[in-house]
Design a protein around this ligand. Structure first.
Ligand SMILES: [Zn+2]
Length: 152
């Protein structure tokens, strides 16, 4: 299967995509785990997450949430970027694809890492883009004081 990291012009994006691809490639199970994610922290460490599907759809957990949790468990360092890779089902063409964070993950990731960048596809290339640009008018609640990002 082609590595979706091939052709990433940015070394940081390439490393994240490769890590996410390796994670899901080693743990893919039809109907249970379809996406792997990788989060890069400011110290240069990569934290992995695995999508957890569920019998009740809304109980499923995205790979990005898993990677965010793993990162926060391991370090208080600023989080720099995230990438996710979707592994193909057996009935699909054998091509793993970089996928952008879903809307819920955009909210969650920005709550915990407001300067985070995400790897997205731009034509045939995977590139880093500010995550905030993918979520204009982000929800701002009253749970945390304005402008305060929770300290890890
Ligand atoms: Zn998600």
């Amino acid at each position: 299967m082609p590595d979706p990291a091939d052709g990433c012009p940015d070394p940081a994006a390439r490393a994240l995509v490769a890590a996410a691809f390796a994670a899901i490639s080693s743990r893919y199970v039809l109907g249970r785990h379809q996406i792997g994610a990788a989060v890069l922290d400011g110290d240069g460490h990569i934290h992995l997450g695995l999508h957890l599907d569920a019998m009740v759809g809304r109980a499923a957990v995205c790979a990005e949430a898993g990677a965010l949790s793993a990162a926060r468990l391991a370090t208080g360092a600023e989080l720099v970027s995230v990438a996710a890779v979707r592994y193909p089902k057996p009935t699909e063409a054998p091509v793993a694809r970089v996928v952008p964070p879903c809307g819920l993950c955009r909210e969650l990731l920005l709550d915990h890492a407001p300067n985070l960048h995400a790897v997205v596809r731009n034509g045939t290339h995977a590139v880093l883009t500010p995550l905030a640009g993918l979520l204009p008018h982000k929800y701002v609640g009253t749970k945390w004081p304005a402008g305060l990002t929770p300290k890890p």
